[in-house]
Design a protein around this ligand. Structure first.
Ligand code: TYD
Ligand code: MG
Length: 464
């Protein structure tokens, strides 16, 4: 017999409580508890077994096997027609895998998926299910993106059970669900978007992928803190979690893998939003440096490694006299605490006074930098701004900064120097350790830096 049970579930971490709580004792988030009604299915053993088996995709009991990597199963991968997206996935969509693509509203998730569907549909059958837009709206976007294919089907439906029925009829190779938060399962009484519904629906689609090899792409919304709305368990259930990030008002968009069972997680894909959809940016450095200001103080080029690619970005710093009792500090595209650390090092070691200035730090093009190899560039940009001395255009900075002001070695120096040389940088500041071993391209001067003092003296003669 079915028994209804009411529980309160934390939207963030799936913690359950018998009564409503203001703050989740597990993850510490406020106001995240939602009331949900469960149907106690302990009395229905068949259903319980089905649930237990969904992840393995097996319908019968399995036996322990000897670990054997000589006879690996061949993962069938399908190219998405977008090299940047394939790179993040580790070489195309794996048959039977479940990919979760998440990002802020309006970032371009639906646009990207429709474009991908279009190219996959050249060889495979694709079913694009939208729970958010009508067929008319999707067609309008498809027209704008010049999407036209005989193998691409669209469906507007939010009932997960019905979607699976359509899949059984249509037998698509790739199924797109836009978005998982709009889906519901009739057995569950909670509202769409709630933790239980998301979990139930996701498990239905995952089960579909694992049993008949359909590749499933799920769109996930993010909440205002930037994490995927819904229970964290969703991220555990899928094979790959991708984040679509970027500033909405800027054109560059970056896709990053947070988790990938079929590839590495440190590759990124760079796109640009145009009026005819997303365009791949094969050469991000060139694009990011395209409209860099020249002859202005506070700008410095840095090189970070994203996966297997060096990317050159421009750091902008602005230090102005403050009118506030506590000066303002603001960063965009770079970690706030990293800036605080670099400012502290410059104040203490070089005696520069930032405490009377508001400091703003920005990475041009909407790129997010989280590699410490940009520290030296940030420091140089800050010095340049507070002293109002422009850094010459042909200078690039590579190096991590320690608390004593020392410049630490970074990985893959050769790659960075080569990329810098390719883009026309002629003087490249590098950490002293590793500088000797670095291959220097023709026409490039590699300047070893031991500590921040060195960049000071190197910058001073450039005074204009
Ligand atoms: P959309 O893909 O609907 O975003 P999401 O599904 O992530 O919420 O659309 C993203 C934005 O991109 C939308 O506000 C309009 C804009 N856009 C373009 O600039 N060019 C285009 O060709 C398309 C289709 C959309
Ligand atoms: Mg959308």
């Amino acid at each position: 017999m079915k028994k209804a049970r009411t529980v309160f579930v934390c939207k963030e971490c799936d913690y359950q409580s018998a009564k409503w709580l203001g703050r989740c004792p597990s993850c510490g988030a406020w106001n995240t508890f939602e009331e949900e009604t469960y149907e106690d299915t302990t009395a229905e053993p068949e259903k319980k077994t089905a649930r237990r088996l969904f992840l393995s995709g097996q319908n019968e009991e399995t036996e322990p096997q000897l670990l054997d990597y000589e006879n690996l199963p061949a993962y069938l991968r399908t190219d998405t027609g977008m090299v940047e997206f394939d790179r993040v996935l580790g070489g195309g969509i794996v048959a039977g895998s479940v990919v979760l693509l998440s990002g802020e509203p309006g970032i371009g998730k639906s646009t990207l998926l429709l474009q991908i569907c279009n190219s996959i549909a050249k060889t495979k059958k694709v079913l694009y299910v939208s729970g958010e837009e009508s067929v008319g709206q999707i067609s309008l976007r498809a027209k704008r993106l010049s999407v036209k294919s005989e193998n691409l089907y669209v469906l507007t439906e939010t009932d997960a059970g019905k979607i699976i029925k359509h899949c059984e009829k249509q037998k698509p190779d790739v199924l797109v669900i836009d978005s998982i938060q709009t889906m519901f399962h009739e057995d569950s009484t909670s509202i769409p978007g709630s933790a239980t519904q998301i979990r139930e629906c996701a498990s239905i689609f995952i089960n579909k992928a694992k049993t008949d090899g359909t590749s499933v792409l799920l769109v996930g919304h993010v909440n205002k803190e930037g994490s995927i709305a819904g229970p964290k368990v969703l991220e555990h259930m899928v094979d790959t979690v991708l984040y679509f990030e970027g500033e909405q008002r800027q054109n560059f968009r970056v896709i990053r893998a947070m988790k990938n069972r079929f590839g590495s997680t440190n590759e990124i894909g760079v796109f640009e939003m145009t009026d005819v959809g997303l365009r791949e940016v094969e050469n991000p450095s060139e694009a990011l440096l395209a409209d860099r200001p020249v002859g202005v103080s506070g700008n410095c080029a840095v090189c970070v490694i994203e996966g297997t690619r060096p990317i050159i970005a421009e750091i902008q710093a602005l230090a102005t006299a403050t009118i506030f009792p506590a000066p303002r500090r603001m960063t965009a595209g770079i970690d706030y605490n990293r800036m605080a650390l670099i400012l502290a090092v410059l104040e203490k070691r070089l005696g520069l006074r930032f405490s009377g200035s508001d400091v703003y730090l920005n990475v041009i093009g909407g790129l997010h930098i989280d590699e410490t190899a940009s520290d030296l560039g940030v420091a140089l940009a800050l010095i340049s701004s507070i002293r109002d001395i422009p850094i010459p255009d042909d200078v690039m900075c590579i190096g991590e900064l320690g608390l004593s002001g020392e410049c630490r070695a970074v990985s893959r120096l050769d790659w960075r120097v080569k990329e810098g040389a390719r883009l026309g940088f002629r003087r490249i500041f590098v950490p002293a350790r590793g500088a000797a071993k670095c291959q220097v391209p023709d026409g490039v001067k590699v300047i070893p830096v031991k500590s921040v003092f060195d960049i000071l003296s190197l910058l001073a003669p450039e005074k204009k």
